[in-house]
Write a protein that binds this ligand. Structure first.
Ligand code: PEP
Ligand code: MN
Length: 295
């Protein structure tokens, strides 16, 4: 790796590639993130009702997702907005996991809830607003669960990697980085998707990188295009918000895909994954094999 990157990311030495470690593969259930397979995490912004969650879980699984996302503890821009169902939401996620076989990623917002959320989640999400909440990050790291660390709203790549380093320092090697857009002068979209950060991280870091086109754009119609860009930039997977009826979603409806838009996005990604020589879901692999067999 170029010396300039080593200097720039000097506070995160263990996140950088070296002769012994080129790529971390984070084990989840019977698969891995960063192990070559392109992994899609999909589901509602917030867990709302049993019906909403089960319908979404069953649908996204059939479309090739491996992981169900859904917030039970929600960091909202306004303290007066819906804050999540808490424990009731975690229990719904557990039932969805059992019924669908999908792994669960969900956010933990405070240190005191780490043991509870870790009981229900396969992956703990540290949200953007908490990317520099070091006591929360340390507690989450020590739970032993894989951690998905979202990039802070105004965090540089170096600051983001410094938080990832803290997780490694606490004995947890299973760190997944998630680029979810940053604040810039542009206001037409909710955030600015930093595709270059994905490309950079794939060059300098061995940690898997997930792209979140939903929070990056804030607009459902932009999500498929950003997903394709993420594949081209080398992302290891996607985090996408999906809701049975986005117009009625309790949070982030304007950026959530409905079921048919999610199906279309997943189908459209397959040739892009094939071009980038990336395996996707089993369904996508079978599809690519049938294309090859057909000559
Ligand atoms: C979320 O994933 O629903 C979320 C709140 O994300 P972020 O922390 O990136 O805003
Ligand atoms: Mn959201």
């Amino acid at each position: 790796m170029r010396e300039m990157w080593q200097e720039r990311f000097a506070e995160a030495p263990d996140c950088l590639k070296n002769v012994r470690r080129h790529q971390t593969s984070v084990p989840v259930l019977d698969f891995a993130i960063g192990g070559g397979e392109f992994v899609t995490m999909a589901g509602p912004c917030s867990v709302e009702t049993e019906f909403q969650l089960m319908a979404t879980a069953n649908h996204v699984r059939r479309a090739g997702a491996r992981i169900l996302r859904g917030g039970a503890f929600k960091p909202r821009s306004s303290p007066y907005s819906f804050q999540g169902l808490g424990l009731e939401g975690l229990k719904m996620l557990a039932r969805a996991r059992q019924e669908s076989g999908l792994a669960i990623v969900t956010e933990v917002m405070s240190e005191e809830f780490v043991p509870l959320v870790a009981e229900y989640a396969d992956i703990l999400q540290i949200g953007s607003r908490n990317m520099e909440n070091y006591s929360l990050i340390e507690a989450a790291a020590r739970s032993g669960r894989p951690i998905m660390l979202k990039r802070g709203l105004v965090a540089t790549v170096a600051e983001w990697l410094r938080s990832a380093q803290l997780i490694l320092d606490n004995g947890n090697p299973n760190v997944i980085l998630c680029e979810r857009g940053i604040r810039t002068f542009e206001t037409a979209m909710r955030n600015t998707f930093d595709a270059a950060s994905v490309a950079l991280l794939k060059q300098v870091s061995h940690l898997p990188v997930i792209a979140d086109p939903s929070h990056a754009s804030g607009r459902s119609e932009l999500v498929p295009a950003l997903a394709r860009i993420a594949v081209a930039a080398g992302a290891d997977g996607l985090l996408v918000e999906v809701h049975p009826n986005p117009a009625k979603a309790w949070s982030d409806g304007e950026q959530s895909l409905d079921f048919s838009a999610f199906d279309a996005m997943m189908a459209e990604l397959e040739p892009w994954l094939a071009v980038c020589n990336r395996g996707a879901s089993r369904r996508a692999k079978t599809h690519v094999r049938s294309l090859v067999a057909a000559g």
